[in-house]
Design a protein. Structure first.
Length: 228
């Protein structure tokens, strides 16, 4: 991998590039990691894996190694077949309906968190509590600030959000995205795949500062920091 901005460094260690962690006042800092094709698609055949390559996987591993906790939507965890991890992972599910027999729960090294709402079925919440810590974040819809704060209460200072687009849109709307790490895949996909943010238009278009650009095998790795 070579860094193109802010300075040309060839080769560069991704640990050095992404070791520049964002900071936030009064809560954990949230860094979002996503991949998209040149034409903006976030999936191929419903999965992000079709867009990735060796360099993207390496960046993914580095970002996880630098995070204290991961925040992910239930749909993404399900579609991407998340397995057990030696890292705190919080899964957001308004319905609190997940596969409680999946290795993600039964073989977890670190007990996962399920973030849900008070309106979720009582039976679902009870079943979740058998294999995960349950956080109630809101009545009918998930309060993302409460979800992030819950990770802070577990000593997480650096949170890595891994999507999907709806979760990303909610984090952005709540003003909780401190950095975006975007891998641009050298592919054209077409179709109706979502963008990296999905949901209502943001009230204001937050500006971002470009912190670094790296390249490997035709992939671009962009890192934008919130300018708040």
């Amino acid at each position: 991998m070579r860094q193109l901005l802010p300075d040309l460094i060839d080769p560069v260690d991704p640990v050095v590039v992404y070791g520049d962690l964002p900071e936030a006042r009064g809560r954990p800092a949230v860094r979002l990691n996503m991949i998209a094709s040149v034409d903006g698609a976030t999936t191929v055949g419903g999965l992000s894996g079709g867009l990735g390559g060796a360099a993207d996987k390496r960046v993914f591993s580095v970002l996880r190694s630098l995070a204290d906790a991961v925040l992910v939507a239930a749909g993404t965890a399900r579609a991407e077949a998340y397995g057990p991890a030696a890292l705190l992972i919080a899964v957001v599910s308004r319905s609190c309906a997940l596969d409680w027999q999946a290795p993600f729960f039964t073989a977890a090294t670190v007990r996962p968190i399920v973030v849900t709402v008070a309106d979720a079925p009582v039976d679902n919440r009870a079943r979740a509590a058998e294999v995960a810590d349950v956080v109630i974040a809101g009545e009918a819809s998930v309060d993302m600030r409460r979800a992030v704060d819950a990770l802070g209460e577990r000593d997480a200072r650096a949170v890595l959000a891994e999507g999907g687009p709806s979760l990303n849109g909610q984090l952005a709307a709540a003003g909780l995205l401190d950095e975006l790490c975007l891998s641009v895949s050298p592919a054209l996909v077409g179709g109706d795949s979502k963008r990296i943010l999905s949901g209502p238009a943001l009230e204001a278009a937050p500006r971002c500062e470009l912190r670094s650009v790296c390249e490997e095998d035709g992939y671009l790795f962009l890192r934008y920091r919130s300018s708040r």
